[in-house]
Design a protein around this ligand. Structure first.
Ligand code: TYD
Length: 202
């Protein structure tokens, strides 16, 4: 099974890095799909809209359930069928985003997040998770000028907690995590990740 996830705070460069990786993999005719969470399915996109609406009031535990619902659809309709047909799956974000944002960032117990997601992901865990680690003030500067969604309206201290949470997850799940300095050039980051992906791609 070849399931890879990219994680990091908003503005850490996941989308840019993912698109460079995708271009490279296309050049090599690799059998892969690239997806992102929340989203990538019709239901997921609708849940995403709801979650990111700056006018919506959604409590942290309600967020956990909404992300888990979107994830349940995402795993069953996209990730599992692709993995079962031998494809490599690269996803921007997965369960670790819930641990980092709702858990470390907003104080929802990690145990609850784990329990709620257990059924949703039906045992599908990434083989490799790349964390783009970056200082929140640098990351948020990158987002300046862009219209902020509900989650991005959180302050710097929230993003500090999320970043520290990610680093704790990287320790906890050391066997599958690779931490990369998110201030490096996106091309350089992509080649570090591609090196690591090499043995899974034919
Ligand atoms: P999106 O605009 O897709 O952000 P990005 O491009 O940075 O991935 O919005 C996803 C937002 O949802 C982002 O702020 C992180 C947040 N999120 C959670 O809080 N919990 C989760 O489980 C997931 C998947 C995302």
């Amino acid at each position: 099974m070849s399931f890879f996830t990219l994680e990091g705070i908003d503005g850490s460069g996941k989308s840019t890095v993912s698109s460079i990786i995708q271009k490279e993999l296309k050049k090599r005719n690799a059998n892969f799909i690239a997806v992102r969470e929340p989203g990538s399915t019709g239901i997921g996109e609708k849940i995403r809209e709801l979650l990111l609406d700056p006018d919506a009031f959604i409590s942290p535990i309600e967020e956990v359930y909404l992300y888990a619902t979107s994830r349940a659809v995402f795993v069953r309709r996209i990730v599992l069928p692709a993995l079962n047909s031998g494809k490599v799956v690269i996803s921007e974000r997965y369960v670790d985003s819930s641990f980092a944002y709702q858990g470390y960032g907003k104080g929802v117990p990690l145990r609850s997040i784990y329990e709620i997601n257990k059924q949703a992901i039906s045992g599908v865990s990434p083989n490799l998770t790349v964390l783009l680690d970056i200082d929140p003030s640098t990351a948020l500067k990158r987002l300046e000028g862009k219209k902020k969604d509900r989650l991005e309206l959180e302050g710097l201290d929230f993003y500090e907690r999320v970043r520290d949470g990610y680093l704790k997850l990287a320790e906890l799940f050391r066997y599958r995590y690779m931490v990369v300095d998110g201030t490096k050039e996106p091309g350089e980051i992509a080649s570090i990740v591609l090196d690591k992906l090499e043995r899974f791609i034919q």
